[in-house]
Design a binder for this molecule. Structure first.
Ligand code: MRU
Length: 326
């Protein structure tokens, strides 16, 4: 089953807000439906957002053919940090001059390419890791960079899956990923279905998992990679990179080329999404902090390039901490 797909004339996504208990598909017939699904993280993860961007323009071409650029702008603005969303919108919109069918065809090409791209970067990441660490490998990961963050397969979990296919994965430690629990709800669900041995830890245990020698590498995805090699990913990634550097283990970022943003010089120039403080002050609809508590809910952080051992894409491996640049 694909995380996001195109069916006849509309977009279909797995509703990730309902996992792990309910595996439900959402049919999105309008751009407003799609924007709402993106904002509330029913569809999420940088590569899936790239495909959502492209399919959003296709949806506009079908539903509001005289208003495609304005509708595309709404999709583009749905979330600010993952560059893939704007990239996907721009890919499909660039074909508008060739007609509405060309827009839909381009969006479908973006959809199909995501699968092969992620397979390729997964194999490359597995090669890179096994070239440095004798398997079986134990890995720590953060957030969800699996099939649910892409069309299928995954980026960071794509590397894990490629290792698993080679009999080279030992154990995966996944952290909860507060406050929306992409690790606990989504990554653990995927690892269970794949039969990959795994253990869930609280976010704040990540440094101890690393310092205690339980893992050989940290492998994460990315929402935007700046031209200097800074990596923007789910809040809580930066502390894992610090712990990995202290322990002397590789910190590996697995992402498609569409996540590399050469127009952004460094992480400091990236717009970091700040979400509703209620995601912190409430848990599952129940208030857990004193009423009126101010909450700063950064959704992403910036890991400086000097802490990034390797960036693995479908095309190359860049080693920023050794002086490499995207
Ligand atoms: O807020 P989310 O769930 O969209 O954040 C997702 C992440 O931070 C992922 O690690 C990133 O998009 C890479 S997914 C292959």
């Amino acid at each position: 089953m694909r995380t996001i797909d195109w069916r006849d004339d509309h977009v279909v996504v797995i509703d990730q807000t309902r996992l792990p208990d309910d595996l439900i598909l959402l049919d999105l017939h309008t751009v407003a439906d799609l924007v709402d699904a993106i904002r509330r993280l029913a569809v999420r993860g940088a590569p899936a957002l790239g495909v959502a961007g492209a399919l959003g323009v296709a949806l506009a071409a079908v539903v509001t053919p005289h208003d495609v650029p304005a509708q595309a702008a709404l999709v583009r603005a749905a979330r600010p940090t993952a560059v893939n969303l704007a990239w996907g919108v721009d890919r499909a919109l660039a074909r508008l001059g060739d007609g509405l069918d060309a827009v839909v065809a381009e969006a479908l090409a973006v959809l199909e390419a995501d699968v092969t791209v992620n397979r390729a970067l997964g194999e490359r990441g597995a090669d890179w890791l096994l070239g440095r660490v004798a398997g079986p490998l134990n890995v720590h990961t953060h957030c969800n960079a699996g099939a649910l963050a892409c069309v299928e397969w995954g980026t960071a979990l794509g590397v894990v899956r490629a290792l698993h296919e080679r009999g080279a994965i030992g154990h995966v430690y996944a952290d909860e990923t507060r406050p929306l629990l992409q690790g606990a709800r989504l990554t653990v669900w995927e690892l269970g279905r794949l039969g990959i041995p795994h253990t869930l830890v609280v976010d704040s245990a990540g440094a101890s998992v690393i310092a205690n020698g339980l893992v050989h590498a940290v492998v994460v995805g990315a929402d935007r990679i700046a031209a200097n090699g800074d990596v923007v990913n789910k809040i809580g990634t930066y502390p894992l990179a610090l712990a990995a550097a202290r322990a002397g283990i590789p910190f590996v970022v697995a992402a498609p080329e569409s996540t590399v943003d050469m127009a952004t010089p460094s992480g400091a120039a990236v717009s970091i999404e700040v979400r509703d403080g209620a995601e912190l002050t409430e848990f599952a609809g129940t208030r857990v902090a004193p009423a009126g508590t101010a909450a700063l809910n950064y959704a992403f952080d910036v890991t400086p390039a000097d802490l990034v051992t390797a960036i693995v894409t479908e095309a190359r491996v860049v080693e920023p901490s050794a002086g490499g640049h995207p």
